[in-house]
Design a protein around this ligand. Structure first.
Ligand code: PLP
Length: 422
């Protein structure tokens, strides 16, 4: 399909052009001119509101958290805890105490591996992950299983890229301790049936961790409706700051997590010598060290920004844009989309016959189109597909049909440049 044939019928909902005005980098940044930023699954740009909250965190309320009695320290503590409460609302948690600030989704998953699974995993037990997992939701389980003599089992995929649950009869066997799956795949753009998976797992007394790194920015996520035990995500993929993430844990599960980091703030009483120490209550027990107030404030501002746009509209916008892009890309000769039909999670991975994905990304860059090429930290998935690398375009709230047109134009030029075009 020629780029010009694309219509603008995307998103009855979002006005992307207006939204772009909220993002200084996209309007006034050194690279803004002609930029089509389609690498949102890697990281997203930040609205001014998030940056203001970070600056306020330093200029208005910066002080030690949970450590001072003077008004500034109390204001800092209150802002930090308000941020936690905002984020608890954002994911539908029963209480802010079920949220632990981490550095990232990666750290959140590692905390569960070392602090909850580690102490209860025995030789012969099983952890299940799926073949589409990001390395962040694969390596921690691989290591803990190796250390404990347990087995890391893989949920395979059907031909159209979905979890092959029908052919995984051992998934709910008595040896299974935990199932760890992504809500949305960072390569396939597929949404997994996590509500059903949690219900089935719980019926067998098995815990579930959901990696929501690629879903929180795309759609409403409600941890109580999902019914998961743990859920992990990062701020920087949902228009929030880098360097901060969250671990959600259902109250009774989180209470069982041993702290990964020991130090200030997470302990009520420290005995001398080898005497036992008494940990603080949750969530402080899992947040050793000085908390990141500006990060938490920016994170909460990003949640507020998304809620202000109406997350159902955001979801529709991204689904419509993804469908439009999939149709346009799918019509290009030699272009193969990895997505199964119907996947609508704002992520499109693809290859083009005769062209290396890095060449595609390079030509796209010359058109001002920022896409990613590589294994996307999902080597088990790519290996199973017989691929070493793929190109990936991923959409955000500020993208519209013009970005898709620029991508299509770039890919057509890449074909011509590399001698595949007519
Ligand atoms: N899980 C998925 C599905 C991801 O796509 C990513 C990052 O790309 C992560 C986990 C890790 O996120 P972070 O690097 O922010 O910890």
């Amino acid at each position: 399909m020629p780029a010009a044939a694309l219509t603008g019928e995307v998103a009855q909902g979002l006005e992307s052009a207006r939204i772009r005005q909220d993002f200084p980098l996209l309007c006034r940044g050194a690279h803004a001119q002609g930029l089509h930023y389609l690498d949102n699954a890697a990281t997203t740009q930040k609205p001014q509101r998030v940056m203001d909250a970070i600056v306020d965190g330093y200029t208005q309320e910066y002080g030690p958290i949970h450590r001072g009695l003077y008004p500034l320290a109390e204001a800092a503590t209150s802002r930090y805890e308000q941020s936690r409460a905002t984020l608890a609302d954002f994911i539908g948690a029963a209480s802010p105490d079920e949220l632990v600030f981490t550095r990232s989704a990666t750290e959140a998953i590692n905390m569960v591996a070392s602090g909850w699974v580690g102490p209860r995993l025995r030789a012969g037990d099983r952890i299940w992950v799926s073949r589409m997992e990001h390395h962040a939701n694969y390596l921690p389980w691989q290591r803990i299983c190796r250390e404990r003599g347990a087995q890391l089992c893989i949920i395979g995929l059907t031909d159209d890229g979905r979890l092959d649950l029908a052919n995984t009869p051992q998934l709910f066997a008595p040896e299974t301790r935990l199932i760890a799956v992504c809500h949305v795949s960072n390569v396939l753009g597929i949404e997994n049936p996590i509500h059903q998976l949690c219900a089935d797992a719980h019926a067998h007394g098995i815990a579930v961790l959901v990696d929501a790194a690629q879903s929180v920015s795309h759609q409403p996520v409600d941890v109580q409706a999902i019914g998961c035990d743990f859920l992990a995500f990062s701020a920087h993929k949902m228009y929030g700051p880098a360097g901060i993430g969250l671990l959600y844990g259902r109250a009774e599960r989180l209470a069982e997590v041993e702290p990964l980091l020991l130090g200030g703030g997470m302990v009520d009483e420290v005995g001398e010598g080898m005497a036992a120490s008494r940990w603080a209550d949750l969530p402080a027990r899992l947040e050793a060290g000085s908390p990141n107030l500006p990060g938490a404030a920016g994170f909460a501002a990003a949640a507020g920004y998304l809620d202000g746009l109406d997350r159902r509209r955001v979801q529709r916008h991204l689904a419509d844009l993804t469908r439009t892009a999939a149709e346009a890309l799918g019509a290009l000769p030699g272009l193969r989309l990895l997505q199964p039909p119907g996947a609508s999670a704002a992520i499109l991975s693809f290859t083009m016959d005769g062209l290396h994905p890095h060449d595609l990304a390079q030509v796209a860059a010359e058109h001002g189109v920022a896409i990613r090429a590589g294994h996307h930290c999902a080597q088990p998935l790519l290996r199973s597909l017989g691929l070493a690398a793929v190109a990936r375009a991923s959409f955000g709230i500020y993208n519209d049909v013009a970005d898709v047109e620029a991508l299509v134009q770039a890919l057509e030029d890449a074909r011509r440049l590399f001698g595949q075009g007519a």
